[in-house]
Write a protein that binds this ligand. Structure first.
Ligand SMILES: Nc1nc2c(ncn2[C@@H]2O[C@H](COP(=O)(O)OP(=O)(O)OP(=O)(O)O)[C@@H](O)[C@H]2O)c(=O)[nH]1
Ligand SMILES: [Mg+2]
Length: 213
């Protein structure tokens, strides 16, 4: 039996785009934010001091590993439900963390029980890329090194984007090129994470001999 709810932890340093990502994918997402004393850069007026929460649905016509399926918000799913009748449905909870370093303890608590992680980086800010390494270390300490994880170098729509290859080299791991504003690369990274989670749980079942093919 496949689990029908997966929790994805959306984390990363301050200003990476975590809150925006969750609201891009779920129009009903909620966030606990505080107004910054002054605008950090144009448009950045608030920072997460609590959490972000978004709810998505991942539907697949079959359970083949290669099947991407469709990832959508709950409202989109309920609107088009008939189209997906007979498909396999998994609920996906996106939990976003605060990004400032002093909220380390909050990230620790929010991340508990996650099935997978998306680490978001501001791909236009070298300091953010450096701080992502600190958050990467936190994830390994809190959730173990085998937690399914994908990294997105965000803000690829901007001219000052450093490029996903350069960022991959700096981080020492492959990163997805993404733009939360344009909704590019984000669903790919999340779906790939979901596939790893499913595959991992199938492996666990196989090891325990609970699944008969
Ligand atoms: N150009 C561009 N701007 C983006 C993108 N994603 C986010 N932003 C902007 O980057 C800023 C930070 O976005 P947030 O979603 O608040 O970032 P966060 O990671 O939640 O920040 P904290 O909660 O403060 O850690 C905002 O001004 C967004 O509009 C993107 O893909 N492209
Ligand atoms: Mg935020």
């Amino acid at each position: 039996m496949e689990k029908n709810k997966f929790k994805i932890f959306i984390t990363g340093f301050f200003n990476a785009g975590k809150t925006t990502l969750i609201h891009t994918l779920d129009d009903k997402a909620i966030s606990v934010e505080t107004k910054l004393a002054e605008e950090y850069e144009p448009g950045k007026t608030h920072t997460t001091t609590g959490f972000d929460l978004g709810r998505l649905v991942w539907v697949r016509p079959n359970l083949n590993f290669d099947t991407e399926g469709v990832l959508m918000s709950k409202s989109e799913y309920f609107r088009d439900k008939k189209e997906y009748s007979g498909w396999h449905i998994i609920n996906v909870e996106l939990k976003g963390s605060p990004g400032q370093i002093q909220f380390k303890a909050v990230r620790h608590i929010l991340g508990r029980g996650s099935d997978g992680v998306i680490l978001l980086i501001d791909g236009c800010d070298l300091a953010n890329i450096g701080n992502a390494l600190v958050i990467r270390e936190e994830i390994t300490t809190n959730l173990g090194k085998n937690i399914p994880l994908n990294i997105i170098a965000n803000k690829a729509d901007r001219e000052d984007y450093y490029g996903n290859e350069m960022i991959s080299d700096l981080i020492g791991e492959e990163v997805y090129k993404g733009s939360v504003l344009d909704n590019i690369g984000i669903k790919d990274a999340i779906i790939n994470t979901l596939k790893i989670i499913v595959n991992k749980s199938n492996d666990n079942f196989n090891l325990k001999g609970k699944v008969v093919a």
